[in-house]
Every structure is written in structure tokens, then in C-alpha cells.
Design a protein around this ligand. Structure first.
Ligand SMILES: Nc1ncnc2c1ncn2[C@@H]1O[C@H](COP(=O)(O)OP(=O)(O)OP(=O)(O)O)[C@@H](O)[C@H]1O
Ligand SMILES: [Mg+2]
Length: 278
């Protein structure tokens, strides 16, 4: 077996008396696409921060390519959970993407022809060529989000960590970005960790689901994890999973309360309904 890209052993993160998750054993291989699900506050973003070397484990270990995780690794790409860039950010859209290759060294006078070509290709693939030369701060949330995806892909990372990358994208761009990330896994072998509140837009791409809730987790195929019995046990309350035309509808009191703060998926509807209604 080749060495996994990402390896966690007995990993735990606690803040004071509160354990987000523990006893996490997980190997993620080259080219694998893992969806990370769970209610608000379950520890999904924290899981990515551990892999980025930004959050220390309380116990256990986390490795990327056989080495302990470390900050600023060029082998790791990251699409952060969405936040708006300040309007005065002194970068054009294409500069933001180029940073994914050059790193955060400002004031570079010269950009190689190869870098420029890679950046141009990515701008086209995320549908951002039209605004490539505009200042990033004036772009819409979804336009900025597409640039973040392009930036994370620019360095062709071994591990690609995505925190709700489809948030605030319209359906057309959800599909485009989801496909782009999947291609990064299947064609370039990146191990993809994809945090999302909505599995349906990526359901055909997902190899395994990592589901966090109440300090516990489940890992397995979509069929293994996204089941009435498994999620009811994980939430310790009744959850119903219904399959409809290849899509999943997950319903339960906690899920309604927990999942649907996400403006992109339909306010107050059970998980999945927003997606199905479109
Ligand atoms: N440094 C910290 N100190 C104390 N608590 C923290 C710290 N970092 C995160 N937390 C808490 O850990 C919990 C998990 O946060 P995290 O951002 O991982 O959740 P999430 O699953 O990504 O949720 P969401 O769906 O809302 O993005 C939150 O309740 C958060 O307040
Ligand atoms: Mg989060």
C-alpha cells in the first residue's frame, strides 16, 4: 500500500472540558475525495485547521505525506470558510490566484510565462476571466469564492482542504467548482477533504463521508454512513434518511436546527430539501 497523503492516529481536539472529537483514526489516500459533514460547531473547520498545522491536537498525531503537519506547507491547498475580503484589498483577481503558486510574497516584479499561463487557465476554469483584472475587494461573495478555489488549486497540492467551498455559489458554479475539485483528485491525485453542509451537490464525487456530531464521528461510504440507523445513533435522536432519485434527504430535529444556518441551501428547510426543490 502506498503511504497515505493524510494520516491521523488517536487524534483528539478538546477545548477545556469540551471534546470536539477524539480517537480519530483515518488514512486518506492519493486521489480520495472525503466529504466532512456535521452540525455547526461539530469541529469540521477545526479538523482542517489541524491538517493545516494551525490547531494543535490535544492527543494523538496528524501527518501529511509521512511528516507531522506543519504550517505553510506548499503541499497543502486550502479554500477557507467564506469571509468577504476588505474592499480596499490591493490585489487584482489574477494576483490572488497567482499567490497560490508564488506564496504570499508581495511586490514580485516578474511573473514567469508558465505561472501566467497556469493562472489564466484556472481563471477560465472557475469562470473568472471576465473579472480577472478587477480589484478583488469589489467582487461579489461568490466571485471571490471562485478565486479562492482557483488559488488553492494553483499549487497542485497533495492535500486539498476545502471549507464549504460551494457556499454562496449559484448552482451552475457549484457544479463547476465541485467538478474542478474532483478533477484535481482524479487527475492530479490530490487527497481532497471537502467540508460541506450539503452532500447532494458532490454526492457522485464522494468516496467516503466523515460525519462529526456530539463529540463522535462515523467514517465510511455514503451508503454506510448516510443511513437512518447510523445518524440516529450519532445524534442520539431520531433522524430519517430518504433517498430520492440519487439524492439524499436527511431529516431530524437536530438537523433542522443544526444544518440550515447556511444561506445557500434554503432557510429552515430540512437538510437536503433546499437542494431538491431547485
Ligand atoms: N481556539 C478555540 N478555543 C475555544 N473554542 C474553540 C476554538 N476554536 C474553535 N472552538 C470551538 O470549537 C467548536 C467547533 O468549531 P468549528 O469551527 O470547527 O466548527 P464547524 O464544525 O466548522 O462549524 P460550522 O458548521 O459552523 O462552520 C466551536 O464551538 C468553536 O467555538
Ligand atoms: Mg466551519
Amino acid at each position: 500500500m502506498p503511504e497515505p497523503v493524510i494520516r491521523l492516529r488517536s487524534a483528539e481536539v478538546s477545548f477545556g472540558p469540551r471534546t470536539l472529537w477524539k480517537d480519530l483514526d483515518l488514512d486518506i489516500s492519493e486521489g480520495e475525495f472525503i466529504a466532512v459533514l456535521g452540525p455547526n460547531g461539530a469541529g469540521k473547520s477545526t479538523f482542517l485547521k489541524v491538517l493545516l498545522g494551525l490547531q494543535r491536537l490535544t492527543a494523538g498525531r496528524a501527518e501529511i505525506l509521512g511528516r507531522p503537519v506543519s504550517r505553510g506547507s506548499s503541499r497543502v491547498g486550502y479554500i477557507p470558510q467564506q469571509h468577504a475580503l476588505p474592499p480596499e484589498t490591493p490585489l487584482r483577481a489574477r494576483d490572488l490566484v497567482a499567490l497560490g503558486i508564488e506564496g504570499h510574497r508581495f511586490g514580485i516584479p516578474f511573473r514567469s510565462a508558465r505561472t501566467r499561463a497556469v493562472v489564466q487557465d484556472l481563471l477560465e476554469r472557475v469562470g473568472a476571466s471576465r473579472y480577472a483584472d478587477q480589484p478583488v475587494g469589489v467582487l461579489s461573495g461568490g466571485e471571490q469564492q471562485r478565486l479562492r478555489a482557483a488559488q488553492a488549486l494553483a499549487g497542485s497540492p497533495a492535500a486539498l482542504l476545502c471549507d464549504e467551498p460551494l457556499h454562496s455559489l449559484d448552482l451552475h458554479h457549484q457544479r463547476a467548482i465541485a467538478d474542478l475539485i474532483k478533477d484535481q483528485a482524479s487527475e492530479h491525485g490530490s487527497a481532497v477533504v471537502f467540508v460541506t453542509h450539503e452532500i447532494n451537490p458532490v454526492i457522485e464525487h464522494v468516496d467516503r463521508v466523515l460525519y462529526f456530531a456530539r463529540g463522535q464521528y462515523r467514517i465510511g461510504s455514503v451508503e454506510d454512513v448516510m443511513r437512518t440507523e447510523v445518524l440516529s445513533e450519532l445524534y442520539d435522536s431520531p433522524v430519517e434518511v430518504i433517498r430520492h432519485k440519487g439524492r439524499l434527504l436527511v431529516m431530524g430535529d437536530h438537523i433542522e436546527a443544526g444544518h440550515e444556518h447556511d444561506a445557500s441551501t434554503g432557510h429552515g428547510l430540512p437538510y437536503g430539501v433546499g437542494e431538491m426543490a431547485r
